[in-house]
Design a protein around this ligand. Structure first.
Ligand code: C5P
Length: 283
């Protein structure tokens, strides 16, 4: 038997950093939503008691550094499973991009193994396991739109956001999340209005949703990669309703209500950057 799980990318409509905690992590408030750019994770039981990972992306580590590997190992160890698994990851989501690609692969592996090995775990239980792998994994277990707090692992599912088109640009160089958090200058943080964003979603007000999109990590990432600001400005010039960095970056996304506008932003940015995507928000 084989199980196939879709592993969608996410964008942060808002991301606020409240404070640094004693355990080194940061207390966050994030509004996230899934987009229609996804990896595909295929899981198959093998008799040999090992975890094997293959991928179409040659840059992906295939050992214990891979989040899907960590997820499989965690399930095997937690439930004392003596079977092996063959994991194939067809990568579409850029790596180290702020789109939670690795976390989504891990979440897909947790959901998939729950099914493959008939573990009967709820999404809540899978999310608790996911928090051991990374802060974004619990959100990815659920997907859709959610409000995430704590270090990102406390998830409150939200109503569907007003649907729109998303143009993504991934600058060439990736950024490590840890590096951005440790370079954060607290006194210069621009805090987004999270409550206003939540209210915009609740009332299905697209204009307000774009107005209150904000990311407290953006300035810090722009200092490391000024291209983020240049791309953002170009997206706005080409007519995006809003443009913002996702997660710790470096990917920037533009939101557009109209497809024709999204196409204009997409075509405009294609002239400057290699990795440009035009997708939809996921319901
Ligand atoms: O949880 P995860 O391993 O994905 O986080 C990567 C790094 O990002 C952490 O080691 C930490 O430096 C930083 N981080 C943080 N506060 C968070 C989430 C991540 O400081 N809430």
């Amino acid at each position: 038997m084989e199980v196939i799980e879709k592993a969608p990318a996410k964008i942060n409509l808002s991301l606020d950093v409240l404070q640094k905690r004693e355990d080194g992590y940061h207390e966050l408030e994030m509004v996230m939503t899934s987009i229609d750019l996804a990896d595909r994770v295929t899981l198959k039981t093998i008799a040999d008691n090992q975890i094997s990972i293959r991928s179409n992306n040659g840059f992906l580590p295939l050992d214990q550094r891979n989040h899907a590997y960590k997820a499989a190992l965690l399930i095997k160890e937690t439930f004392g499973i003596q079977l092996g698994v063959d994991i194939v990851i067809e990568k579409k989501i850029p790596i180290a991009a702020g789109l939670a690609g690795g976390s989504s692969d891990a979440a897909a592996t947790l959901r998939g193994l729950n099914q493959l090995w008939d573990l009967g775990l709820t999404l809540e239980e899978l999310a608790v396991l996911g928090a051991e792998i990374g802060s974004d994994v619990p959100y990815c277990v659920y997907g859709g739109s959610a409000f995430a707090t704590g270090r990102g692992e406390k998830i409150e599912p939200l109503d569907e956001i007003p649907q729109c088109w998303v143009v993504l640009v991934k600058p060439k160089k990736g950024i490590s999340t840890g590096t951005v958090f440790s370079a954060l200058a607290y006194d210069t943080i621009e805090h987004p209005d999270t409550q206003a964003m939540l209210a915009a979603i609740k009332t299905q007000n697209y204009n307000k949703m774009t107005q209150y999109a904000g990311n407290a990590l953006e300035k810090t990432s722009i200092i490391r990669q000024p291209a983020i600001e240049t791309i953002k400005q170009k997206m706005l010039q080409f007519g995006a309703d809003t443009a913002l960095m996702s997660g710790s970056g470096p990917t920037i996304f533009a939101l557009c209500r109209k497809y024709s506008r999204a196409q204009r932003v997409y075509n405009g940015l294609k002239g400057f950057c290699n990795e440009v995507y035009l997708v939809r928000t996921l319901k």
